[in-house]
Design a binder for this molecule. Structure first.
Ligand SMILES: *Cc1c(COP(=O)(O)O)cnc(C)c1O
Length: 395
């Protein structure tokens, strides 16, 4: 008889065959056992014909990858530890020293900061373009442009771009770089539900699974989805070299969030539109940004390309309301908590100084608050906004 410690590790237990629960079991592994040396030499991480090492995937992460690819209308998915890691992985997969990277001026802030720091230090230059002006993108593309980021709508200020027009501009210039130009969309807002990024011509779609797919405000994860196999292999090869693995339990948590993503997206969409509409009629508010509101920048492109909208709206206050008063308004809210991220069960808000976020001039003098609408009752949320607005002077 072997020692008890050996017996505990080499235990005879096998999971029962024919145990058909609704959800698959969770697999966690760093080591994956090979039956013999020949199998160890043959197994190919690239085509996912088998398992080689936890970092390169388990049944749980492969399942989640397939479902995210399905959600987005893509074919291949690579999981990474956060939405920001997905942005970084795309940059590292496609950009080489001497290349240039184009980013919309209203992009997710950390994407810009990555370009300004690590990318710059690695000899990769960047330029910001106006996503609402395809002509501006056309002028900024050069023979060095290798990657163009797209975001729909822009973070914080929520302008919805004409994606097919931007993609057409990129396609018209693609043969200038010897390796072509990759278009990559940050699709966190659309989540695969508001529009089909690949049908609109995008090459790569990334998502912060942290937001809608998780839905719980308690998981960080990201995904990189493609339709094209060569692009996918480029991403996968880089993924293997940088060690961006995700944990089995985290993948399981996202798998548990996914079945309700459609109903959550629609419920949050409905509540957000109602609140955005109500908010734009309040006397302290100069303008509300939400792609489904007529007059919000890019509303026509949103109406043409989308069937739904996410849970975000931004309110721009009248210049007479000071930043200190806006801060007090945010502090007076009880259901809307102060915190980053969105698409979770709890409503959130954050005040922003937009002039510090972009290179283009921002024409408003009043402050902006970005709201993320959760799954609480819309009537309760409206009452919360009303009581906090009523505390502003002159209301
Ligand atoms: C939140 C977010 C990210 C980053 O996701 P993390 O998981 O927090 O790193 C990227 N892009 C957009 C548009 C986001 O809202």
């Amino acid at each position: 008889m072997k020692d008890i410690s050996t017996q505990l590790i080499h235990h005879a237990y096998q999971p029962p065959a024919g145990f058909a629960g609704v959800n698959e079991p969770v697999y966690r592994a760093s080591t994956v056992i090979f039956p013999n040396v020949a199998a160890l030499r043959q197994r190919d991480w690239k085509h996912r014909t088998g398992y080689t090492y936890g970092l390169h995937g388990t049944p749980t992460t492969f399942t989640l990858e397939e479902r995210i690819a399905t959600l987005e209308g893509g074919r291949h998915c690579t999981l990474v530890p956060s939405g920001l890691a997905a942005v970084a992985l795309v940059n590292m997969s496609f950009l080489r020293s001497g290349d240039e990277l184009l980013i919309p001026d209203n992009a997710y802030g950390p994407n810009k900061s990555l370009a300004e720091n690590e990318m710059q230090a690695w000899g990769i230059s960047h330029r910001y373009y106006d996503p609402m002006d395809p002509q501006d993108l056309s002028q900024k593309l050069s023979a060095r442009t290798r990657l163009v980021w797209l975001e729909a709508p822009g973070s914080i200020t929520l302008e919805f771009p004409d994606l097919p027009a931007l993609v057409a501009v990129i396609a018209a210039h693609a043969d200038r770089h010897p390796d072509g130009i990759v278009s990559a969309l940050d699709n966190t807002w659309g989540a695969g539900l508001a529009f089909n990024a690949f049908a609109l011509g995008v090459d790569v779609s990334v998502q912060a699974l942290t937001k809608y797919p998780s839905g719980g405000a308690d998981i960080l994860m990201g995904s990189v989805v493609t339709r094209d196999e060569a692009l996918h292999h480029r991403v996968l090869a880089c993924h293997m070299r940088v060690g961006y693995g995700v944990a089995g339990n985290d993948a399981e948590a996202v798998l548990r969030g996914l079945p309700s993503i459609g109903v959550r997206y629609r419920a949050q969409d409905e509540a957000t539109r109602a609140l955005a509409n109500w908010m734009q009629n309040q006397p302290a508010i100069a303008e509300v940004r939400h792609p489904a509101l007529p007059g919000s920048p890019g509303h026509e492109a949103w109406r043409r390309d989308c069937t739904a909208a996410a849970c975000l709206f931004s309110a721009i206050f009248k210049p007479a309301v000071s930043q200190a008063q806006i801060d007090r308004f945010c502090d007076s809210l009880q259901l809307f908590k102060l915190g980053y991220s969105w698409a979770g069960p709890m409503s959130l808000c954050v005040p922003y100084d937009v002039s510090t976020l972009r290179t283009q001039a921002w024409p408003y003098r009043g402050g902006l608050v970005r709201f993320s609408v959760g799954l609480e009752s819309a009537a309760d949320l409206q009452a919360d906004l009303a009581q906090a607005l009523a505390k502003l002077p002159g209301q």
